[in-house]
Design a protein around this ligand. Structure first.
Ligand SMILES: NC(=O)c1ccc[n+]([C@@H]2O[C@H](COP(=O)([O-])OP(=O)(O)OC[C@H]3O[C@@H](n4cnc5c(N)ncnc54)[C@H](OP(=O)(O)O)[C@@H]3O)[C@@H](O)[C@H]2O)c1
Length: 327
């Protein structure tokens, strides 16, 4: 079969190669799927660079999440059958940027019927991260103000939709006019273009000086530092990622003086420590998708040959929503 492979670490467009490899076979508890769709995620780019917390042995096929059709089942697999349409995580080194990929029972779920393959594939990591971040870690409440950084991106677009579904007023921060239009379309009540406006001033004005109750931060670095200037009394800053490239340090005296919480989220760990909650989250996201309340933003559908270019553009910060390989 055809698959993208990473044989050396570096920039995605330089180190990803489209090659012929043997079809994968399922180990115990695993499923092999024919890939129907697989979105590019920032962690795919970080894995190519060797900068992600998961460091697969070389060579590996990136593509951390996917929608696929089950073609074979490993020993001991129950609850799935050949022909099922599923979504979830790929098991490295057999990621989704290939004709077939490997999944495992614990991180595989029925694909929502309301979504096409590209949308269904994109309902997993970004939306689960948003759901666990906003509800489980930040305990967002109806009527609160939510500030979302990189709001037109993959996890940011999910956070806007889930924040609106939770009854929050959502302020989205984006880089540039085109992304501002996307964030508005996604449902953000107020949109800030970080290239021309200061989000701290906008948040203070919109909240009569109080600040945002929850800040969803996939960017980090200076974006985090500025966020501490507009976090409300008893606010929660969610540390989601470091897409800006710098990992910030936190001034804990500032957290004490202003009474706010700095809340880390490593969503993947819930698969280990509380898989029942991941299943519950999937059920809730499926319900929201069925009701048309959430709809993953698929901005581009890529053929297999175009995947490395898509991953590189995501890494460079120029994509919106999800760019998705569709078979
Ligand atoms: N904590 C978790 O469990 C978890 C789970 C999934 C993903 N994540 C993290 O969430 C982050 C976002 O992932 P994603 O796949 O949804 O990506 P994405 O948000 O679609 O892309 C990154 C966005 O970050 C912004 N950005 C700001 N400075 C940047 C820079 N120097 N280079 C590149 N982008 C920059 C850009 O948006 P603007 O130009 O609009 O600012 C860009 O579009 C990543 O750090 C990822 O590792 C964390």
């Amino acid at each position: 079969m055809k698959a993208w492979q990473v044989n050396a670490l570096g920039e995605p467009a330089e180190v990803m190669r489209l090659v012929d490899v043997p079809d994968p076979t399922p180990g115990p508890g695993q499923l092999v799927v024919r890939v129907l769709a697989s979105p590019a995620n920032f962690p795919d780019a970080l894995m190519c660079r060797g900068l992600y917390q998961v460091k697969p042995d070389l060579p590996f096929t990136p593509g951390v999440e996917l929608c696929g059709e089950v073609t074979s089942l490993g020993e001991g697999v129950t609850g799935f059958a050949v022909g099922d349409r599923v979504i979830g995580a790929a098991v490295m080194p057999h990621g989704g940027f290939a004709e077939s990929a490997v999944m495992e029972v614990a991180t595989t779920f029925a694909a929502p019927a309301a979504l096409d393959d590209a949308q269904a594939a994109s309902l997993y990591i970004g939306y689960q991260t948003g759901w666990f971040g906003l509800h489980r870690r930040a305990g967002i409440r109806e009527g609160e103000t939510l500030l979302v950084h990189a709001a037109a991106g993959g996890v940011g677009s999910a956070a806007i939709q889930l924040g609106k579904a939770a009854g929050a007023t959502v302020i989205g921060v984006v880089g540039g006019d085109a992304k501002a239009a996307v964030a508005r379309e996604l449902g953000a009540d107020i949109v800030v273009d970080r290239h021309s406006e200061d989000f701290v001033a906008v948040v203070k004005e919109a909240t009569s000086g109080r600040g945002a109750d929850v800040i969803y931060d996939p960017v980090g670095g200076e974006t985090y530092q500025r966020s501490t200037k507009c976090i409300a009394f008893e606010g929660r800053i969610l540390v989601i990622g470091f897409a800006g490239g710098d990992i910030q340090s936190a001034a804990l005296n500032h957290a004490l003086i202003k009474n706010y919480s700095i809340v880390g989220l490593h969503w993947g760990l819930y698969n280990l420590f509380d898989p029942a909650a991941v299943a519950e989250c999937h059920a809730d996201l499926t319900r929201l998708a069925d009701a048309g309340v959430v709809r993953p933003l698929v901005s581009e559908k890529l053929e297999l040959a175009a995947v490395a270019d898509g991953v590189q553009r995501l890494a460079d910060g120029s994509t919106v929503g999800r760019v998705v390989y569709v078979a």
